[in-house]
Design a protein around this ligand. Structure first.
Ligand code: NAP
Length: 217
């Protein structure tokens, strides 16, 4: 397994944990907004493991804010990471999977890819894009090339994603709305990914929406 992100110290800690559990793992510093980084990740993974069966397009960012605040650099950042980063992943891994005649691309979309929420308009647009890409990839890569594609669409998960929401009344209202409620845990999403990638080969688990029971929207 190869793990990739920008913070190498965290990746290396994860690799140590995986190795202590008996797994082979590789840490690769990668910024998904740089195509060359993602290509280097694919190349290092192929060198180490000889093939790539599953590619999880997970990196994302959500500096959500009311559209009238016009935080245009945040809008562009979301498009860059959540859309261009995902495109870089697809573009980089495709030659390997086409060569193998098999593979599974997992996208981490969002419930926001089905329905926008106030303050999350641009974020939702990026996740609508992820959903459209996933659907289109199935049409182009499924029957013709044996490549499966899954768009996992979580609701609220307790992660660092919310630290990217700018401080202010919008974030305060959000935090208040979730006080005392149970969010999903990262393990819940990981289990959903596992369900998709271990499904029988003739089966395309195309979309999975998972949200906390406590999520009212
Ligand atoms: N949390 C939720 O409620 C929720 C709900 C629906 C969907 N999602 C989606 O789930 C995915 C994972 O988010 P999360 O909730 O786990 O958020 P998170 O805790 O903020 O994690 C984001 C991950 O993406 C990596 N990342 C961010 N920018 C990157 C870049 N430019 N290049 C490479 N890696 C980058 C981060 O590592 P580095 O910072 O070290 O690069 C980190 O590992 C995202 O696509 C998000 O949109 C989350």
């Amino acid at each position: 397994m190869a793990v990739a992100a920008r913070r190498l110290d965290r990746l290396e800690a994860l690799v140590s944990r995986l190795e202590s559990e008996g797994h082979c793992a590789l840490a690769h510093r990668t910024d998904v907004t740089e195509l060359s980084d993602v290509e280097a990740l694919v190349s290092a993974t192929n060198k180490e493991f000889g093939r790539i069966d599953i590619f999880v397009n997970n990196a994302g960012t959500m500096p959500a804010s009311p559209i009238i605040d016009r935080r245009i650099s945040d809008w562009k950042r979301m498009v860059d990471v959540n859309v261009n980063g995902v495109l870089h992943g697809i573009g980089a891994v495709l030659p390997t999977m086409l060569g193998q005649g098999s593979g599974h691309i997992v996208m981490i979309g969002s419930i926001a890819g089905r329905r926008p929420f106030p303050g999350g308009t641009v974020y939702a647009a990026t996740k609508f894009a992820v959903r459209a890409l996933s659907w289109g990839l199935h049409l182009e890569l499924g029957a013709a090339h044996g490549i499966r594609v899954t768009d996992i669409q979580p609701g609220q998960v307790a992660t660092e994603l919310y630290e990217g929401v700018p401080h202010g009344p919008y974030k305060d209202a959000w935090d208040k709305a979730w006080e005392g409620k149970r969010r999903l845990q990262p393990q819940d999403v990981a289990d959903t990914v596992l369900f998709a990638v271990t499904s029988p080969e003739h089966m395309a688990v195309s979309e999975l929406l998972v949200r906390p029971l406590d999520q009212p929207n």
